[in-house]
Design a protein around this ligand. Structure first.
Ligand code: SF4
Length: 495
């Protein structure tokens, strides 16, 4: 891809239509969750898996598996993260642990967000503070003469929300109350994830995973299949490490045989590996479209596709959908369009996971300053390709938080160079300490090695209590000014 990339004219925002590749990817993820629900109804075991557990193993048994990290991100993006984090804290978990973990443990315990209703009428009780400002036919905000404040558009108002427990609701006798309480559950697809019968945990993502999944297994009294990937102090994965992981693959296969009641199917496993490699190749191709300057897409699109590459890497439909998305982006390049809804003035690497509950606030100052995110380390980390079982063990040994700082810096600086960034914005994520801990040193190296300014802000991927919009806006503004000053300095040096 790199040699194909050349500078092009400024791109026009693409018409607001959803591309065929995006639609195909949405269907792939919906199907995974639908199939898991159907399997549960049929009495088949359903698994919960960490995002970088070798999905190829469960695919070889046709087991249906869903992904709590993606679910937690979706719950957070639907603004329910705070309530579920608080529920986990009330269960005794510290508010210092990962927000995804707290959301997931609260969900595993049965907690959900419901809408308040009047039991006498069955009507939802609307929160008068909710909703968008009402606008008149000229698009002006309507002011309430009594309060002097903007009136709310009743069409956008929503009910009060409360924490409920699905186990208590399901224990109610069948009847109108139970029906109403089920109907009052917030209608988001993440609330429909079936409860687990086994869990698949790989701690290449982080060691918090181990305790997270142990607790899910304890809450539901179900088997835990663990693949342990120790932190790697070297850049290479040596043969002893490969043997250690391969032995764990063998043990996992035996456990999966017991859970599924089936023998390991070598052919299905090989097919799942082929699909995973094809999906990864297509995903990397999609990521590489951010090398174009200006880019034919918004970097935030990659964040949205993380659920797709995590949830269904081992399925042929996923590979086909990502290949379609790559064709859509090629079309954007030919037509001179982009999914970025503003002209691209500056390009940055966004380091870390976005603050899902605050996406609009995250995007706003980037849009105001014309900054596109053209580099994200977290996305290509799921684009790994391997040839054989040893290669597969090596591939799963490498994830952003399980590699040494030298490897981590090299990955990021490579992407920054290929994707031509002008600066780096680092999310110091309160939830994700393994990721944020070494970022100060990385930030120092980016400036030294790449000669670009960097800025950091404090936030959280799931708990909105840890994000301050004013601090974030100031840091983005500061980064923009530093990038402009850097550009001028570079021009002066070249002149
Ligand atoms: S890597 Fe970070 S965000 Fe992901 S589970 Fe671990 S602590 Fe949470």
């Amino acid at each position: 891809m790199a040699e194909e990339v050349k500078n092009t004219e400024a791109k026009k925002p693409a018409k607001k239509k959803v591309s065929p590749g995006v639609l195909a990817l949405r269907k792939v993820v919906d199907d995974v969750y639908e199939q898991a629900r159907e399997a549960k109804k049929r009495g088949e075991p359903v698994g919960w898996s960490s995002s970088k557990f070798p999905c190829e193993l469960a695919e070889a048994f046709d087991l249906k598996v869903v992904y709590p990290e993606n679910q937690a991100a979706g719950i957070a993006a639907n603004r329910d993260g705070e309530m579920l984090c608080q529920a986990a804290e009330d269960m005794g978990y510290d508010n210092d642990i990962c927000g995804y973990t707290r959301i997931s443990l609260a969900y595993a315990e049965g907690f959900r967000v419901g809408r308040k209703f009047d039991p006498a009428t069955g009507e939802f009780i609307i929160n008068p503070a909710s909703g968008k400002p009402l606008k008149d036919e000229n698009g002006n905000v309507v002011i309430d003469p009594e309060t002097g404040k903007p009136k709310k558009d009743p069409k956008t108002q929503v009910p009060y929300e409360e924490l409920v427990n699905i186990n208590e609701i399901e224990a109610l006798p069948d009847g109108p109350e139970k029906e109403m309480r089920l109907k009052a559950l917030k209608p988001i697809r993440q609330n429909l994830m079936p409860m687990p019968d086994f869990v698949l945990c790989c701690n290449n993502i982080c060691n918090c995973m181990t305790k997270w999944y142990e607790n899910i297994a304890r809450i539901h009294n179900i088997p835990l299949i663990m693949i342990d990937i120790p932190y790697n102090n070297d850049v290479e994965v040596d043969d002893s490490k490969v043997r250690y992981v391969r032995a764990q693959f063998d043990a996992a296969i035996k456990q999966l045989e017991q859970i599924s009641g089936k023998k390991f199917d070598e052919k299905k496993f090989e097919q799942a590996c082929a699909n995973a490699n094809r999906s990864a190749t297509a995903w990397l191709r999609v990521c590489d479209y951010l090398q174009y300057k200006p880019a034919p897409m918004s970097g935030f699109d990659l964040f949205n596709h993380m659920a797709d590459i995590v949830t269904a890497r081992g399925k042929v439909e996923t590979a086909e959908a990502f290949e379609q998305l790559a064709r859509d982006l090629e079309e954007n390049v030919k037509e001179g369009t982009t999914t970025l809804p503003f002209p691209e003035k500056k390009r940055i690497m966004f380091e870390g996971i976005p603050c899902w509950p605050k996406l609009p606030q995250l995007f706003k100052p980037l849009k105001e300053n014309g900054i596109n995110v053209t580099a994200v380390v977290y996305a290509p980390a799921f684009g790994f390709v391997y040839k054989d079982m040893d290669g597969m063990a090596r591939a799963y040994y490498k994830a952003p938080n399980s590699v040494c700082i030298e490897q981590g810096v090299a990955w990021r600086e490579g992407i920054c160079r290929d994707n031509k960034v002008d600066g780096v914005l680092v999310h110091y994520n309160r939830s994700c300490k393994p990721w944020s801990g070494y970022m100060a040193e990385m930030q120092r190296r980016f400036t030294k090695d790449l000669g670009v300014p960097t800025a950091g802000f404090d936030g959280d991927q799931a708990d909105p209590r840890n994000f301050n919009a004013a601090q974030y806006e100031t840091r983005v503004q500061g980064l923009m000014e530093a990038m402009e000053a850097n550009e001028k300095n570079n021009e002066t040096k070249e002149a």
